[in-house]
Ligand binder design. Structure first.
Ligand SMILES: [Zn+2]
Length: 164
């Protein structure tokens, strides 16, 4: 497992960063700008991004020890190793996200429905927190036909488009 430390994310040499959907700044410690490039973790994160074909909004990735302490993070947090990511669920179905993350090799899962993100890390396998409540619109198998019916009705057309 290759890991490379940079005292600031802007020190990453152009051409050495090979994860097209993330920038060093996104992965760096939000408190100090320090960055530990954990290649195994970033490879899985890129694989997850490719699988889902949706942006992964990073709330927190690498944390320097001083920033982790200041924020009250666990002393053995996988964030200290650059091996963990907290990803916002604003643009994901949490169940689909979890399934895809397991598929690409993430092993540790922390669920934070109150704060709207899921923590994933590269192991060991474990999980904590309460699952996100199932969203009313999460499974919409019957919705497309209903939409067609509404769209066909002149009186309902505006309503259907607004509420979709
Ligand atoms: Zn986390």
């Amino acid at each position: 497992m290759t890991k490379t430390f940079h005292s600031h994310w802007s020190d990453v040499l152009e051409g050495t960063w090979r994860w097209p959907n993330f920038s060093p700044a996104e992965i760096a410690c939000r408190g100090t700008g320090k960055l530990l490039v954990n290649e195994t973790a970033l490879d899985r994160k890129q694989a997850l991004r490719d699988w889902l074909e949706k942006p992964l909004i990073v709330r927190s990735a690498y944390r320097s020890p001083e920033h982790n302490r200041a924020g009250g993070g666990a002393t053995r947090s996988k964030h200290l190793d650059g091996a963990a990511f907290d990803i916002a669920m604003a643009n994901h179905d949490p169940l689909a996200f979890e399934a895809a993350a397991r598929e690409v090799g993430f092993l540790g899962f922390g669920f934070y429905p109150g704060s709207g993100f899921i923590h994933v890390d590269i192991g060991p396998a474990r999980q904590w927190g309460e699952r996100f409540p199932v969203r009313e619109m999460a499974f919409a198998a019957e919705t497309p036909p209903a939409r067609e019916v509404l769209a066909d009705s002149r009186t309902m057309k505006g309503v259907a488009q607004q509420e979709w």
